[in-house]
Design a protein around this ligand. Structure first.
Ligand code: PBG
Length: 324
């Protein structure tokens, strides 16, 4: 036989021909900062993760830095909620305070999630459309929400965010935020768009962690239909036109074809968000002794990169980086 693929699988050769690498530089750790907590609170459905008080934000990020990871994504749980989510853009809001502490107290880079669902009392990702008040699935008023997203992004940049990441799937959000950042003197702050974000049941544990579940209805009028892949390419193209710097697909594992499609169509860096449910299910199976956690976590992240992601947001980041 002249062709024997197995020759390249011998231990001495295999690493040389490996096509995909994972490195701490490609990983981003989500961090939950909770303005209502005075001590760290473990998140039950996301083993190893916790909500930390603002005072602990820098300490938490220093732990992450020890694994070699440089970048965190900050999510906030505010002290109070209202219909417009006004604590999301407050100068003394939870994310704004946490970002100041992290940038003062560590050398990490901070990305902030720009959304309203953790800040509105109804849990939707924007202000509600009053005309839809008797609709069983109330819908978010798109263009009114853009004004709020502008304010949130600028307040995050003022606090020291290195990059902002709008996650609300509001039409025009990237362009609105880009314009607001430019006008406020933050032309150098990039926008990582949650460009193709699906209405996914895999966000369950996160919604407990960040207290951002919708109080009624669901998000299917603004997040994407899991049935659609071609539509993702159209969604992403709009964000590219509006000036997105990094394009994210979310979730990751169940949407690897979308990661691949975005990789093939665009030259921008592609990010994938390996979401809370993807993390929780591997932990749950490993707890029962059904899967080897380290092995499946590594294989999952490798697969996300192989599909075409340059960066990965993942709750496995610290475990993986400490083993690299
Ligand atoms: C919304 C947001 C969500 C996640 C990140 N940003 C939740 C949602 O859209 O309902 C989910 C992340 C995860 O599940 O790990 N601001």
């Amino acid at each position: 036989m002249t062709r024997r693929p197995r020759r390249l699988r011998r231990d001495g050769v295999r690493p040389l021909v490996s096509e995909t690498d994972l490195s701490a530089d490609d990983l981003i750790v989500p961090v939950f900062v909770d303005a209502t907590a005075d001590e760290r609170v473990p998140i039950e459905s996301m083993p190893g993760h916790e909500r930390v008080p603002v005072a602990e934000a820098a300490a938490r990020v220093r732990e992450i830095r020890e694994t070699g990871i440089r970048v965190v994504m900050v999510f906030g749980v505010p002290e109070s909620k209202d219909p417009r989510g006004s604590r999301a853009w407050a100068e003394d809001g939870v994310v704004q305070r946490a970002v100041r502490r992290i940038t003062d107290g560590t050398d990490a880079s901070v990305i902030t999630d720009v959304c309203l669902c953790e800040y509105t009392d109804h849990g939707h990702c924007g202000v509600l459309d009053p005309d839809a008040a008797d609709d069983p699935v109330l819908t978010v008023a798109n263009d009114e929400t853009l004004d709020l997203l502008r304010k949130i992004a600028v307040s995050h940049a003022e606090a020291g965010a290195e990059m902002v990441a709008p996650s609300g799937m509001i039409d025009g959000m990237v362009g609105a935020i880009r314009g607001a950042l430019d006008d406020a003197g933050f032309a150098d702050v990039p926008v990582m768009s949650y460009a193709a974000k699906y209405e996914s049941a895999f966000y369950g544990p996160f919604r407990d962690a960040a207290d951002g579940a919708p109080a009624f209805g669901d998000r299917r009028h603004y997040q994407m239909d899991p049935a659609n892949a071609r539509e993702a390419v159209r969604e992403v193209a709009l964000d590219v036109e509006q000036g997105a710097d990094v394009l994210m697909v979310k979730p990751a594992l169940a949407y690897l074809n979308v990661v691949r499609a975005v990789r093939e169509r665009f030259d921008h860096p592609v990010a994938a968000y390996n979401v809370s449910g993807e993390y929780a299910m591997l932990h749950a199976a490993a707890d029962r002794g059904w899967l080897d956690l380290e092995a499946v976590a590594h294989e999952s992240l490798l697969s996300i990169k192989r599909a075409g992601a340059d960066l990965i947001l993942t709750y496995f980041a610290e475990d993986l980086a400490s083993r690299l």
